[in-house]
Design a protein around this ligand. Structure first.
Ligand SMILES: NC(=O)c1ccc[n+]([C@@H]2O[C@H](COP(=O)([O-])OP(=O)(O)OC[C@H]3O[C@@H](n4cnc5c(N)ncnc54)[C@H](O)[C@@H]3O)[C@@H](O)[C@H]2O)c1
Ligand SMILES: [Zn+2]
Ligand SMILES: [Zn+2]
Length: 403
């Protein structure tokens, strides 16, 4: 089959690789009909998150049709259409029983690596380094889904791939980021990053009742998209983020701040960004925490900081004194996808949420490598890329050989 494989920094290739096989009785094999490139994939593409090996299959946002089911899997049957959450979960451990699916205790098959890096293991993730299990990802024609009797979400009839694809990652990510803010009707919510995740943070913050939502970025079409949906755009190239946010809140700062940027924050005019670039290049710091610094500084005392943006390792010069003395609450995490999918699916079905608005490019799988660059560089107005493996080699979605 064809799959997008990692071969090093800025080197993703569409390779021919062996078809996946059932390895455990709970597995399923899914023929991928649609998948997407996520902002988290860019951290691997840009070489900032360690633990990738040459030939690893990328992709953790995908959906498709079940073509093979292991004998112990009583949830799925051949022909089911499913969205597969990026977090692999067992459904049985202490964390899964509490709904903390992204920190499932059992699904990371390289548990000892994660124990060493983070103190404790977190869940296995598709296509996301050997630190989270080294599972082949879904930017491929087929994918093996482990524990497939737990997380996959069956898609009701009448919904297109585009409507439900993001249920596996960025839609619940934006929703969880806003939900973790426990928004009150008087709140100003400020969202850093107007990428696909930031867009869903903005939408979710409004749906959860925010008084006003501000969005910070320097990419014009991304700011315009968020502004079109009611947010107040702040272009950090053109104005001071801190001054504008204080102006919007009578000098008090936003009650709720969301970091939807993560470890690759662009250098701004601020001195600390230059410092981070130098330290990161010299391998003295793995992540660039400019956004976190700005948030800790501007967030209103007793406010909440929600961090869906991915960080991989060490950050430097964080003003933790501001966090402590202002009494800020920090909430973060890889998304507990299945905690939110039932509610979000209903909101999609009822028409309250239409996640398709973020899609700017739909291409075939073999065009994927070029579109990693287009997405990373925000060329051609790119906000979200959807890949259709069926269109790459077998138009008309031919059945899987041997299945
Ligand atoms: N927690 C989770 O489970 C989860 C799930 C999906 C994505 N993510 C993470 O969310 C983040 C956003 O994902 P995305 O797909 O929207 O990525 P993206 O790269 O498309 O968007 C990031 C945006 O941040 C903007 N930005 C950069 N520096 C900034 C700054 N200093 N101030 C304000 N904006 C700035 C960029 O211009 C870009 O538009 C990434 O870190 C991704 O890894 C986390
Ligand atoms: Zn993702
Ligand atoms: Zn579990």
């Amino acid at each position: 089959m064809k799959a997008l494989c990692w071969h090093g920094k800025h080197d993703i290739r569409c390779d021919d690789v062996p078809d996946p096989r059932i390895e455990h009785p709970r597995d399923a094999i899914v023929r991928v009909t649609s998948c997407a490139i996520c902002g988290s994939d860019l951290h691997l593409y840009d070489g900032f998150v360690p633990g990738m090996k040459t030939g690893d299959i990328m992709g953790h946002e995908f959906m498709g049709e079940v073509v093979e089911v292991g004998p112990e899997n009583r949830k799925l049957k051949v022909g089911d259409r499913v969205v597969v959450p990026f977090t692999i979960c067992c459904g049985e451990c202490d964390q899964c029983r509490r709904g903390n699916f992204s920190v499932c205790e059992r699904t990371n098959r390289n548990k000892e690596l994660a124990d060493k890096a983070f103190g404790h293991t977190t869940a296995g993730l598709f296509g996301y380094t050997h630190l989270t299990g080294g599972y082949p990802g879904g930017q491929a024609e087929y994918v093996r889904v482990p524990y497939a009797d737990v997380a996959p979400v069956k898609v009701p009839g009448g919904l297109t791939d585009e409507q439900v694809l993001f249920l596996g990652d960025i839609l619940p990510t934006g929703w969880q980021a806003a939900a973790q803010c426990e928004i009150e009707p008087t709140d100003t919510v400020a969202v850093w990053g107007a990428g696909p995740v930031g867009q869903f943070c903005v939408q979710s913050a409004f749906l959860l009742g925010a008084r006003q939502v501000a969005v910070i970025d320097n990419v014009k079409e991304r700011l315009a998209m968020a502004a079109g949906r009611g947010a107040i755009p702040i272009d950090f190239d053109e104005e001071s983020v801190l001054e504008r946010l204080n102006d919007l809140t009578q000098g008090k700062g936003p009650e709720k701040c969301i970091d939807a940027v993560g470890l690759e924050a662009h250098a701004t005019r601020s001195l600390d960004s230059v410092y981070d670039r130098i330290k990161q290049a010299a391998m003295l710091e793995s992540d660039r925490p400019h956004v976190l610094r700005e948030i800790f500084y501007v967030c209103r005392p007793a406010g909440t900081v929600s961090v869906p943006g991915v960080y991989g390792g060490l950050v430097d010069k964080l003003p933790f004194g501001a966090v402590m003395n202002k009494g800020l609450t920090i909430r973060t995490g890889q998304t507990h996808v299945n905690r939110w999918t039932r509610d979000l699916l209903q909101r999609i079905q009822s028409g309250q949420i239409d996640p398709t608005f973020v899609i700017t490019h739909t291409v075939s799988l073999d065009e994927g490598p070029a579109y990693y660059k287009t997405f990373r560089d925000k060329e051609d107005g790119c906000i979200k890329v959807v890949l259709m493996p069926g269109a790459a080699s077998s138009p008309g979605a031919a059945p899987r050989a041997g299945a």
